[in-house]
Design a protein around this ligand. Structure first.
Ligand code: GLN
Length: 284
């Protein structure tokens, strides 16, 4: 009994263990210890001398080990905050990134507060963009699609748990299962990493299908830009996230496919990250 270590010791050991493998070893260790203890993070600071049961200490060590092997914190805790929502995530879904919140802001700038628009989110993963927008624009009707059934199950569970009723979900390879529908806005954070990008070595735990899009990284973006024209109402908007070095190429694709008001936007880190274009489709 006496040899049980206290919270402070265990935490400091966890921070040291993560020093080489994480950009935020202290934050990670605190999150994982509070998970292992089943207590909020401030408990660690309030009770540094509290002894930790051996079983919980073992749980913590295993979590630290998984984190050292590169597993994202979000998969270890099973959740990630995005916008104002706590989303459940699993290894079937990409972990929502803070830069994707910028796409949500762009969309909210376009969608009037009381609008009852029809909006599609392609490659929704855990429901990231669709749920954030649907929460902010309750009168709009959303269709969120993903090719991956397991990801879609997570998204549906998020919608249920967060009590967001205005999103319907459809398993679909981009537009394949929503043919004939037209939208006021289409959003997408598609895969855009090049298949030989060295950054993939750091992302081995996340689903490749959500990250990688051919040797140039632009295949999904190009498909969406091309096909969205048939699925936008007149003067509807396409809003895309892309890689930090794909800004010009994405804008060029939008122009080449006949979009108007084509504009790029930077994320909070100053990287080119989003592209927007409006399609004039007078026949519809
Ligand atoms: N932003 C992610 C990354 O580079 C990629 C997400 C995506 O391909 N849509 O880690």
């Amino acid at each position: 009994m006496e040899d049980r270590a206290n919270i402070r010791c265990i935490l400091e050991q966890g921070v040291r263990d993560l020093a080489a493998s994480s950009d935020s070893p202290r934050l990670d260790a605190e999150i994982l210890l509070s998970l292992a203890l089943g207590k909020p993070r401030n408990h660690l600071h309030a009770w540094p001398r509290e002894k930790v049961e051996r079983q919980r200490h073992d749980t913590f060590r295993k979590l630290i080990q998984r984190r050292r092997q590169g597993e994202p914190i979000a998969y270890l805790t099973g959740q990630q905050e995005f916008w104002s929502l706590k989303l459940r995530v699993t290894p079937d879904t990409l972990v929502p990134r803070p830069e994707t919140e910028h796409l949500v802001e762009l969309a909210l700038d376009l969608i009037p507060r009381n609008a009852a628009w029809h909006i599609a989110d392609l490659g929704t993963g855990p429901g990231t963009i669709a749920l954030a927008l649907a929460h902010e624009r309750p009168r709009c009707k959303f269709v969120a699609v993903d090719i991956c059934e397991a990801a879609l199950a997570v998204a549906m569970e998020n919608a249920r748990r967060l009590d967001i009723p205005n999103v319907s979900f459809r398993q679909s390879d981009w537009f394949s299962q929503i043919q004939g529908q037209r939208f006021d806005v289409i959003t997408a954070n598609p895969p855009y990493v090049r298949s030989n990008d060295p950054c993939l070595a750091r992302l081995t735990h996340e689903p490749g299908i959500a990250l990688v899009s051919g040797p140039g990284g632009m295949e999904a973006l190009e498909t969406i830009i091309c096909e969205a024209r048939l699925h936008l109402k007149d003067a509807g908007w396409l809003l895309l996230e892309h890689g930090h070095d794909q800004g010009e190429a994405t804008l060029e694709l939008l122009r080449r496919h006949g979009y108007h008001k084509v504009a790029g936007h930077r994320d909070y880190a100053g990287h080119a990250r989003n592209a927007a274009g409006q399609y004039l489709n007078a026949a519809t």
